[in-house]
Ligand binder design. Sequence first.
Ligand SMILES: Nc1ncnc2c1ncn2[C@@H]1O[C@H](COP(=O)(O)OP(=O)(O)OP(=O)(O)O)[C@@H](O)[C@H]1O
Length: 275
Amino acid sequence: MEELLRIDNLCKHFVSGKGIFKKGYTIKAVDGVSFSVKRGETLGLVGESGCGKSTLGRTILKLYEPTGGKIFFEGKDITDLSPRAMRPLRKEMQIVFQDPLESLNQRHTVGMILEEPFEIHNIGTRAERKQWVEELLVKVGLPVEAASRYPHEFSGGQRQRIGIARAIALKPKLLICDESVSALDVSVQAQILNLLLELQQEMNLAMIFISHDLSVVRQVSDNVAVMYFGNMVEYGNAKALYADPQHEYTQTLLSAVPVNHPRNRKKKRPAEATS
Ligand SMILES: Nc1ncnc2c1ncn2[C@@H]1O[C@H](COP(=O)(O)OP(=O)(O)OP(=O)(O)O)[C@@H](O)[C@H]1O
């Protein structure tokens, strides 16, 4: 499989202005992380709250400017690209957030929300876009009538389907899922994970799956990176890492996963969706 994304020694430091940190204090949210993701492959990114997972995801997408290190996408160094030069690349890399109610414009209908990526990138006629919106809704398991409704009219799982539909609208090559199923009930989680896995196969999508939930990450990942205070302490094949964690921190994280939790009984991919 061909490499799609590589990050070398990537850093994102914030200088504190207010809050719990002293003014001028440097927070090393991401501090020298390196890994690569191949086409069609999933990298799980795990670690406790505050270890830098979301910051890393956003820095890879250049929603944050990196403080140091390099980002290569399809072999091209994109680290220092201007926002303008990044624009065509935005189609290729998308993100699904935890709470679609926050990330989707609530005053827009689902149809408007899904049409927007095509408008921004000036793709298609009005009629074509309408057709694509309907196709997207079907693809993520929603009725076409959903186009005329508003995000708040849907359940959490359905809203996440809308978020996913928007993220895949422009057929990206990389999808970053940032705690995308964390707010959902276990059965709905399984349905959304199934959807992501189906789309991944169909579109040969590479995914970076960010979660604090190790049992969910285990179900979807080919490789796993474990973060601790901005550093990556372990990285490798998911099966091997779960079977024989090398780093003390990974061992502690894994031992904290409750053994009797229903999610942990599923060894492979989640059960068939029942929505
Ligand atoms: N915009 C920002 N300005 C200053 N500090 C920030 C900013 N964003 C994140 N941080 C800090 O960087 C560190 C890593 O945060 P980040 O949100 O990336 O962690 P996380 O692992 O995703 O945690 P969570 O799952 O709770 O979001 C934290 O100490 C956080 O307070």
